[in-house]
Write a protein that binds this ligand. Structure first.
Ligand code: ADP
Length: 553
């Protein structure tokens, strides 16, 4: 009959394996016991058998050559079901064992007496047993001897248990030490400050970075109060933060001034965290004095620059206004004189007057544009949003420009997917931008076509962008980046021919920004240019598509 499996089998097997004794070489401390059993009980076979999941393995054996047998034929696998000695007087007549191969064949077991061996958790992991090939009875003193020797075997087994435990502890300790050594590397290598404070705010441990940053050696600060070198003015706020940490387990960052050994103070950024289990505070810190100084300088410089820019814009706005009044008189009276009602003025005088008038007008345009730009840049330009019919606005502008192109081989074309496209915008600002772009296109195109193209967002009827393309002189790549800057013109020769102030595109781009739009340009020299107002935010700051194979700004 096969031995049954004990209820605590899983735990039993774990306890047996934890002993670390299976398949180890024979040991005298166990062999001594089996020899005693054989002698005291006068039996040919004595064993220390450990019952593994599939086999019984003999840690010590007398009178048997094999190392192990299958668990199915094992007498000990029956014995481990009991706390007391398990005895079979005549196996041949016991129906549990009569057909057992170890009974029917060699070693022809008849008598078996096995005392279970317990591991430290109480699991019965095997037996100390006596076996005879003759049937017999166990005498009381033999019973006692087997139990006593089994008790010694158990002690020896548990010793193995303890040794295995000690080995494991040693291994864990080594691992722990290796980990600690690894962390210590960081502690020593870090250029940031690392420290641990006890519950009274005294340094328990510091890294060498303290000496590099603050001049104090770790030895000098050890067991000192953290607060001792905090700037007197920062002590209250620092104490407040530390107190906060005693209330909750959180990471807290704060800055304070900390005294250097040379007496000066450095700005230190601390990051503290408590560990309630150890009643300690852990901190990493960094010297931010230089950053702090730079930030203060930057913020001061920014304030000064903003103030200067504001003053400049206000000055320009005032000046432009003051200049316009006398200039209007110059232009007005020159106009009157040009009429030459009495015919007193000679042709030379009239040509002088013509120059005064033209230059006066140019100056007035310049002043008006400076005024515009300074207004937009100073943020004084108010946005008045309303529904704007873009096609209507462009047709209106085409009519305004009609006199300028009449008689020239230029045509103005509106290319719109819908007859009416409405957007929510500031009409007069959009008109100013488009006037400048169409005006430039006309100015810089001798012949061909100026096309205003409206592009809708895919699958919608909302406007994606407006582009103004021409077939004019184009803009060299090197100038595409700069034409949006104030007073920037491509070349003086061309500008002398075409006139202009160099402010139109700067104003247009600023106005676009005010409206939340983005103005870009692409061009190819001698082929033409395209200026695009992106009315919806682009995916990237600058679109990557290139019209005319040209560059883009
Ligand atoms: P302005 O036209 O008064 O000179 P802008 O700021 O409007 O000033 O334009 C700056 C310069 O950009 C122009 O002088 C010209 O050199 C160049 N530019 C602008 N638009 C075009 C265009 N459509 N074709 C060629 N060059 C252009």
């Amino acid at each position: 009959m096969k031995p049954a499996i004990p209820q605590d089998e899983l735990q039993r097997i774990q306890a047996l394996h934890a002993l670390g004794i299976l398949d180890t070489p024979p040991e005298e401390r166990f062999d001594r016991l089996t020899r005693l059993v054989a002698t005291l009980l006068n039996v040919p076979i004595a064993l220390i058998s450990l019952v593994d999941s599939e086999r019984q393995w003999f840690k010590s054996k007398v009178g048997l050559a094999v190392e192990e047998t299958s668990r199915d034929v094992s007498f000990c696998a029956h014995a481990i079901h009991f706390d007391d000695l398990f005895v079979v007087n005549n196996a041949e007549q016991d129906k549990r064992f009569a057909d057992n191969p170890l009974v029917r064949q060699e070693p022809r077991i008849r008598f078996y007496a096995g005392q279970p061996l317990h591991a430290s958790d109480g699991s019965r992991v095997g037996t100390l047993c006596a076996i005879d090939s003759k049937p017999r009875e166990l005498k009381p003193h033999e019973h006692q001897a087997l139990q006593d020797l089994a008790a010694i075997a158990e002690t020896e087994l548990r010793l193995a248990d303890i040794q295995a435990l000690q080995k494991e502890i040693g291994k864990q300790k080594q691992l722990q030490e290796a980990k600690e050594a690894e962390l210590n590397q960081f502690f020593h290598l870090s250029i940031d400050l690392f420290c641990i404070l006890d519950r009274n705010g005294n340094f328990v441990r510091l890294n060498p970075a303290f000496e590099n940053t603050l001049g104090w050696s770790t030895h000098e600060l050890a067991h000192e109060s953290f607060f001792r070198h905090v700037h007197p003015e920062d002590r209250d706020s620092t104490a407040h933060h530390i107190h906060e940490l005693s209330q909750k387990e959180t990471t807290l960052c704060f800055e304070n001034r900390y005294q250097h050994k040379d007496g000066s103070y450095r700005w230190i950024l601390w990051s503290f965290r408590p560990l309630p289990k150890t009643h300690k505070l852990y901190a990493v810190a960094r010297d931010v004095t230089d950053n702090k100084r730079q930030m203060m300088e930057l913020s001061y410089a920014k304030e000064v620059a903003e103030q200067a820019s504001q003053t400049k814009s206000e000055f320009l706005a005032n000046m432009s206004h003051e200049l316009r009044t006398p200039l209007n008189s110059v232009i007005g009276f020159s106009n009157l004189l040009m009429v030459n009602q009495d015919g007193h003025l000679s042709d030379t005088e009239l040509s002088y007057l013509d120059r005064i008038l033209n230059n006066g007008k140019h100056l007035l345009e310049l002043i008006n544009q400076i005024l515009d730009l300074s207004k937009v840049e100073a943020g004084h330009s108010e946005v008045c949003l309303q529904p704007v019919n873009v096609c209507g606005l462009i047709n209106e502008l085409f009519q305004l420009f009609e006199p300028q192109i009449s008689g020239r081989p230029i045509e103005l074309v509106l290319d719109s997917p819908l007859p009416r496209i409405e957007i929510h915008s500031d009409r007069s600002k959009l008109k100013q931008i488009l006037t400048n772009l169409i005006g430039n296109a006309i100015k810089f195109t001798d012949q061909g076509r100026i096309t205003v193209h409206l592009e809708l967002q895919p699958h919608t009827d909302s406007l994606h962008h407006i582009s103004v393309s021409d077939t004019g002189i184009g803009i060299p790549t090197s100038h595409l980046q700069t034409i949006f800057q104030a007073f920037s013109q491509v070349d003086s020769g061309a500008n002398r021919k075409h006139g202009g102030t160099g402010l139109g595109l700067a104003i247009s781009r600023s106005l676009c920004q005010t409206l939340g739009y983005h103005l870009t340009a692409t061009s190819q020299l001698h082929q033409g240019s395209t200026f695009t107002i992106h009315t919806t935010p682009p995916l990237s700051p600058y679109f990557s598509s290139k019209d005319h194979n040209g560059e883009q700004s």
